[in-house]
Design a protein around this ligand. Structure first.
Ligand code: NAD
Ligand code: ZN
Length: 248
């Protein structure tokens, strides 16, 4: 099937859908210039992201981990949402139920106007005290090490779910409810290797929902997805949206 006919098919599915769920990954923000972890620009000073975004790395060398986050925050601070983020923010109002789940920590969905986005892996503009666990917004650039909690003086860490850490249970519950209940799941710009998000499409299929993947390249999930659209998120997602208005 050509991309055009595939897109038409998805538009039709969306027209009859009442509950739409969306899972996004680093690929949707790649179009805004935020590097993915697994792309060519993913390395920082010869360190792999997986080796820095971990509780072990922070315990071993918190300064190094904060230097990396400080670099990422400076990079993300200059970026703005693209047409795909904006299309999803518009799409939300068109369905009886719409749940946006993201693995991204950049906050670009919120900046595009999406309300109540489930930030499964946290937010790079929030910090958490390692002593009293208070979460606060912090937009300092650069982060001066060691960043300290104003309430108790404890060391602050990024409010991010690191590799090896569990997701926040209320956030996970809301994701599970969406996966059980949605008519259509759009999986946009995620490599499908980080759990639990990597299993979301299978969960939706088991519950009888329809799954769509939008990615530049095939992923480990592509074979079991109902429809794969190959392309950039910023080009494809607005098309799904625009045409679903005309057909309604
Ligand atoms: P990933 O880096 O593993 O994979 C990115 C995926 O996006 C790939 O499959 C790639 O083919 C696809 N892609 C690249 N450019 C695209 C485009 N223009 N349009 C559509 N698809 C495109 O990302 P992941 O699956 O989200 O997992 C990485 C982890 O890293 C997540 O846990 C996330 O928290 C974190 N991360 C977040 C950001 C961010 O917040 N922007 C950036 C990098 C990594
Ligand atoms: Zn504290």
């Amino acid at each position: 099937m050509t991309n055009e006919s595939v897109i038409k098919k998805v538009q039709h599915k969306l027209c009859s859908a009442k509950f739409v769920a969306v899972l996004t990954g680093a690929g949707i923000s790649a179009d805004s210039g935020v590097p993915t972890f697994r792309g060519a620009e993913g390395l920082w000073k010869q360190h792999r992201a997986e080796d820095l975004a971990s509780p072990h790395a922070f315990a071993h060398d918190p300064k190094l981990v904060w230097e990396w986050y400080s670099w990422r925050r400076e990079l993300i601070a200059t970026k703005v949402p693209n047409l795909a983020h904006e299309a999803l923010a518009t799409m939300a109002g068109r369905f009886s139920s719409f749940v946006l789940m993201t693995q991204n920590v950049d906050g670009l969905h919120g900046m595009a106007g999406s309300q109540d986005c489930l930030e499964m892996h946290g937010n790079i503009w929030k910090v958490r005290c390692t002593k009293c666990f208070t979460v606060t917004e912090n937009r300092d650039l650069p982060i001066v090490f060691p960043p300290q909690c104003s309430a108790c003086g404890g060391l602050l860490r990024p409010h991010i779910v690191w590799f090896g850490e569990p997701l926040d249970p209320p956030v996970l519950d809301r994701c599970m409810h969406a996966l059980q209940s949605c008519d259509v799941l759009l999986v946009i710009g995620t490599s499908g290797v980080v759990q639990p998000a990597a299993s979301f499409a299978m969960m939706v299929k088991s519950a009888g929902g329809y799954t769509v993947e939008i990615n530049l390249d095939p992923t480990p999930s592509s074979g079991s997805i109902d429809i794969v659209i190959t392309g950039k998120a910023k080009d494809v997602v607005p098309l799904l949206c625009e045409n679903s208005i005309q057909d309604v």
